[in-house]
Design a protein around this ligand. Structure first.
Ligand code: GDP
Ligand code: ZN
Length: 292
């Protein structure tokens, strides 16, 4: 039977199988031949060892579409990054870091600002301007007033989405709105895991039905940029590309060079100054890191 790994912990994998049941599986045999470790999100083929006890073994990992390193999950279609528009104020530097991280891993990102019931249109327009200009779809929600939720539901449908965002922005509120069973099902898996007595938080994929899966990513605020050469950073700010042909120097990194198309675009307002300043900060950070 085939299924999807929703959670992996202490050598056990929890597989949501085609029959609708959740099987606690080991992965005996698959390590021997290939250097392949099962990941949350993997589609797998399993043998049921004990139907009543819902125990099985993973025989094979089916071909992956992709495999992210941070968070560790396979077959991701997109990310949804959630910030609150206020309370707390969105940390756009953190958001831009996250965008770079996802660009590196080639995952399309959608941005959502929550708590719009606490602010006016002006702030929404400003953020929409910054991020749509950079090429990212921008959504606005209020989980409290149930605004914009339908659009998010449509966005997620039929896809596997990684949900990320710092704490306090409304991730739980949104998840509970979209998927009220979440808490209950977490309970089911937790019951099985009790025996392993691990209480640390692990990544888990929620099956929302209709081939829709969502994964909440713990530890967002500690996310850092990969150990990248500073000269490569510009490749992960997609809005720069169109202006690079106006740079005088080949390989211009848009920092100290004269006659730079990207810097001109910032002056003209066609590239967001906020994004560009965060680019400079990250560039400096990567440069310093490589000096030691
Ligand atoms: P998480 O830490 O990202 O999971 O955030 P929570 O869902 O726990 O929400 C954090 C706080 O923000 C709670 O007090 C929520 O009631 C509040 N909150 C969440 N969504 C909204 C919203 O749309 N509007 C307002 N005003 N408050 C919200
Ligand atoms: Zn340049």
């Amino acid at each position: 039977m085939t299924g999807k790994i929703l959670k992996g912990i202490a050598g056990f994998y929890y597989v949501h199988a085609m029959d609708g049941n959740l099987y606690e599986c080991k992965a005996k045999g698959i390590f021997r031949n290939k250097n392949l470790k099962p990941l949350v999100g993997d589609d797998v083929s399993i043998t049921i060892l004990d139907e009543a006890e819902r125990k099985g073994n993973i025989d094979e990992i089916l071909p992956r579409k992709n495999a992210l390193i941070r968070p560790s999950v396979a077959n991701v279609d997109q990310a949804l990054v959630l910030f609150s528009i206020t309370h707390p104020e969105p940390n756009l530097n953190l958001l831009d870091r996250f965008l770079v991280m996802m660009e590196v891993q080639e995952v399309p990102v959608n941005i959502c600002f929550n708590k719009i019931d606490l602010t006016g249109d002006e702030k929404m327009l400003e953020l929409k301007q910054i991020y749509e200009t950079a090429g990212y779809p921008v959504y606005f929600t209020s989980t409290r007033k149930n605004q914009g939720i339908k659009e998010i539901r449509t966005l997620l449908k039929g896809k596997t989405t990684v949900l990320a965002g710092p704490s306090g922005v409304g991730k739980s509120s949104l998840t509970n709105l979209l998927y009220p069973q979440a808490e209950m099902e977490t309970g089911t898996i937790s019951e099985k895991i009790q025996r392993g007595k691990h209480t640390t938080r692990h990544s888990e994929l929620f099956d929302m039905g209709d081939s829709t899966y969502m994964m909440d990513t713990p530890g967002f605020s500690s996310m850092y940029i990969e150990d990248m050469e500073c000269g490569h950073l510009k490749n992960y700010f997609p809005e720069f590309e169109a202006y690079e042909e106006n740079c005088r120097f080949l390989g211009c990194v848009h920092i100290g060079e004269r006659d730079c198309g990207v810097k001109d675009a910032v002056e003209e307002g066609t590239i967001s100054r906020n994004r560009y300043e965060n680019y400079r900060l990250l560039y400096q950070e990567l440069k310093e890191k490589r000096r030691y």
